[in-house]
Design a protein around this ligand. Structure first.
Ligand code: HEM
Length: 154
């Protein structure tokens, strides 16, 4: 059922993450991703980011990816260590290119401002590297790119 997403499976790492946003100073980051499949109709993932200079843990996400067997619609369900939960949905734009966008974002009542309103991601293979690009809209800024990173298979 999730065979058409099998190109995501495995462990990926990048020391070349680029973060930016109109309200932030540009930054570099390290990130490790793992996508696993245990025979259920879903893929489980962990995304762990680290500070480029100090190597200290930063942003972390855990979640699941599901695909509707009939419509081939993809759902990406994520919980983040910043207190955010989100469901993004979308589809394969090409055999190894996934485009998704949040329809639900939940946050803690005591989360930091500005709050995230909407998130968009693309995952795609570029040669033998996996690229992830994340854009977001917050309560203060319209939809703008926040992260761009290419991972190598570990
Ligand atoms: C800042 C959201 C992933 C690093 C922010 C801000 C938001 C945000 C709302 C504050 C923006 C502002 O003040 O205008 C998200 C979301 C993510 C994500 C929704 C995933 C879907 C990441 C990742 C990193 C990262 C993977 C990698 C290290 C940062 C840094 C800042 C920041 C360094 C500025 C300092 C801070 O506020 O902590 N992010 N972020 N973010 N983000 Fe992300």
């Amino acid at each position: 059922m999730v065979a058409s997403l099998s190109w995501l499976l495995g462990k990926w790492r990048s020391e070349d993450g680029f973060g930016h946003y109109p309200t932030l100073k540009d930054f570099k980051y390290i990130e490790e991703l793992e996508f696993t499949h245990i025979g259920q109709p879903n893929i489980q993932f962990t995304f762990y980011a680290f500070n480029f200079e100090t190597k200290k843990p930063m942003h972390r996400e855990v979640g699941f990816i599901r695909m509707d067997p009939e419509t081939k619609k993809v759902a990406f369900i994520s919980a983040q260590n910043t207190g955010l939960v989100e469901v993004e949905e979308g589809e394969l734009a090409a055999p190894q290119e996934l485009h998704i966008q949040s329809h639900t974002v939940g946050r803690m009542t005591f989360g930091k401002e500005p709050g995230v309103k909407e998130i968009k991601r693309t995952f795609k293979m570029v040669g033998d590297e996996l690229e992830q690009v994340i854009s977001m809209a917050t309560s203060a800024t319209a939809m703008t790119e926040h992260l761009r990173i290419r991972y190598k298979k570990m």
